[in-house]
Design a protein around this ligand. Structure first.
Ligand SMILES: [Zn+2]
Length: 352
């Protein structure tokens, strides 16, 4: 007998269905964008649910490859991380394109405590870490990759690029023409390939328009804070980012247990004052692009990550787990369409 999924899981499945349809529908837009702007763009980001680069820069989803971890705290020495970056950079080289990685940190102008909890709201420490990672990746990849540090101010979705010769902030670009945006990037990034600066221009021009909109019509304050209900563990969650719903833990993180604990702690705080029906969930997911061994590997990894996260959460949030409000679900995502397929047919309501 199959039970209907928990409303939180139904919401995830609905979101995926909508996002997958949008992703497939955006394929022609991605092809056009890639033909005009061939530079491969990736972004190092915090797992914070507010950081949606497609929303901030107006590019179709799937154009910017995200690498997400708590505080964006990737380290060049993480073996799983470096080999994934290498695979991505190789893909750009084979396509004859440049590759750039936006290494981001985030903060809030209105209230420091709406900044990055992964860094204890220490913006300068987060920025210094991003600069170190930029230097390490520049050393490893040479001119095959242009790593660039950017700050994200989440009240207004405002990007600030920190180039070797100065900053380019979205607020100063409001009302600027594409040529003016390009000139600002050229001035800040004299050491970066011409094609990279050209292909970043529309992103920063669109971001200036986004910031102007949010200045004219500010978001309600509650939307700025943490409202997440999902602990997403694995990789390939770019379809999940438009909503402030999930905290994302990348499985390349060698301190995986600690990141799961921190995410679980944030989720527990988010529902502390809510009613009994308000649940949170583990969501383990791994992507595959080939229906053979690649898919079987994704299934085994997703199940393994699910069990791992369940054990960590059971130990770190025993009270919430005992209430039956910490749910668990696992699935695999087919990369070409971002379509989620649940494992075991349906969600597990209470795994313990
Ligand atoms: Zn953060």
């Amino acid at each position: 007998m199959t039970r209907p999924p928990h409303p939180l899981h139904a919401r995830l499945l609905d979101l995926n269905r909508t996002a997958s349809e949008a992703y497939v529908a955006a394929e022609p837009a991605r092809r056009r964008a890639r033909a005009k702007h061939p530079t491969f763009v990736s972004c190092i980001k915090c797992m914070d649910g507010r950081l949606s680069l497609p929303t901030m820069t107006g590019v179709p989803i799937g154009m910017i490859k995200p690498f997400r971890a708590m505080g964006g705290r990737f380290e060049a020495y993480w073996p799983g991380f470096l080999s994934r970056v290498r695979g991505w950079v190789d893909g750009a080289q084979e396509a004859g394109a440049h590759a750039t990685m936006l290494i981001s940190y985030h903060h809030s102008e209105s209230q420091p405590t709406l900044g990055c909890s992964g860094w204890g709201f220490d913006k300068e420490a987060a920025r210094a870490h991003a600069a170190q990672l930029r230097d390490d990746l520049a050393l490893v990849f040479g001119d095959a990759l242009s790593p660039i540090v950017i700050g994200i101010e989440t009240d207004r979705d405002a990007l600030t690029l920190h180039g070797v010769a100065g900053d380019v902030g979205a607020r100063t670009l409001i009302g600027a023409s594409d040529e003016e945006v390009r000139a600002a990037l050229d001035a800040a990034l004299p050491d970066t390939a011409d094609e990279v600066r050209r292909d970043l221009t529309p992103l920063f021009a669109a971001n200036a328009r986004r910031v102007a909109q949010l200045i004219a019509a500010p978001r309600e304050t509650p939307a700025l804070g943490h409202a997440e209900r999902v602990l997403a563990i694995g990789q390939g969650f770019d379809w999940l980012t438009p909503e402030n719903l999930a905290l994302i833990v990348d499985d390349a993180d060698p301190a995986l247990a600690r990141s799961v604990e921190v995410a679980a702690e944030i989720l527990a705080a988010n529902v502390a004052d809510e009613g009994d029906e308000e649940a949170v969930t583990i969501f383990a997911s791994v992507t595959y692009s080939d229906p053979g061994i690649d898919k079987r590997q994704a299934e085994v990894r997703a199940r393994g990550l699910q069990r791992f996260a369940e054990r960590v959460v059971a130990a770190s949030q025993p009270r919430l787990v005992a209430t039956g409000r910490f749910l668990s679900i696992a699935g695999v995502v087919w990369s070409p369409s971002r379509r989620l397929e649940l494992l075991d047919g349906q969600p597990r309501p209470t795994p313990w």
